[in-house]
Design a protein. Sequence first.
Length: 150
Amino acid sequence: MPTTPTKILVLNGPNLNRLGKRQPEVYGTTTLTDIEKRVRAHAAPHNIDAEFFQSNHEGELIDKVHEAADEGWPVIINPGGFTHTSVALRDALAEIADGAGFVEVHISNVHAREPFRAHSYLSPIARGVIAGLGVYGYIAAVDYFIDAAA
């Protein structure tokens, strides 16, 4: 039986550093710093350290996935535009898919937007996909890893 993780890596892809400024009608006004505070506050009572990393560069995200694989950490990832384009990120995440696992998160409902956003290279190997719940999706992903261990 899996145990509750002591650390979860939360990855955010391109343009997510612009949350709160970029397209607030789609993504809301919550900043990435606000999300980090909420997730940390939610994870802390469960003795989970949430480590955050955001990059607009695919290789940097892949390096962090490799670190998570080496350490056995589960991953919560909002891959942003790399969702629809990055086979390389998918290949990196495949290494942890059957181990600690990962959950794909999208703030907006990608299926209600432009048709190209409905395709994800990551979804088929993710433990789950949370889309359209706003920033609560990150909290739901943390809860998944807690509940999966119960």
